[in-house]
Design a protein. Structure first.
Length: 123
C-alpha cells in the first residue's frame, strides 16, 4: 500500500470513532393505534447518569447528539402513563438496554399495549 493509500485506509477505519452517535426513540400505543404522547422515560448513559425525558405528541424523543459508546438503558415509565389514562397494565416500567457504537444512529422503537410490548432497532 502506498503512503497515501495507507493514510486513506486509516482514516476510513477511524471515521466512525470520531463521529458522535445519536439516540432516538418512538413509542406507539399498539392497543389504541396512536402515538404514546407524554410518556415519561429515563435514558441512562454508560456512566450511570440518568437523563429524564418525555415523548412528544408524536410519541418521539430525540436525545442530544454526542452519545458516548457503551451500554445505555431506556426506561419507559409505563405504569404511571397507563394509570393517568385509567388503564391497567402488567408492566409498571419497561427497560431496554442497548449498545451505542460511535458514528451510528440508534433508534429504539417500542410498540406498547397494556399486557404486551415489543421493541426493535429502527432507522
Amino acid at each position: 500500500m502506498t503512503p497515501d493509500q495507507n493514510a486513506s485506509h486509516s482514516a476510513d477505519q477511524n471515521a466512525g470513532r470520531s463521529t458522535p452517535a445519536t439516540i432516538s426513540t418512538h413509542v406507539l400505543d399498539a392497543a389504541l393505534g396512536r402515538p404514546a404522547a407524554d410518556l415519561p422515560l429515563t435514558l441512562t448513559d454508560p456512566d450511570g447518569t440518568a437523563h429524564p425525558l418525555s415523548t412528544d405528541a408524536d410519541g418521539r424523543a430525540r436525545l442530544p447528539d454526542g452519545a458516548a459508546p457503551g451500554i445505555w438503558t431506556l426506561t419507559f415509565e409505563t405504569g404511571p402513563w397507563f394509570a393517568a389514562q385509567d388503564r391497567a397494565t402488567f408492566y409498571p416500567s419497561i427497560e431496554v438496554c442497548f449498545e451505542v457504537v460511535a458514528g451510528e444512529h440508534h433508534h429504539v422503537a417500542l410498540l406498547l399495549s397494556p399486557f404486551a410490548y415489543t421493541t426493535y432497532r429502527g432507522s
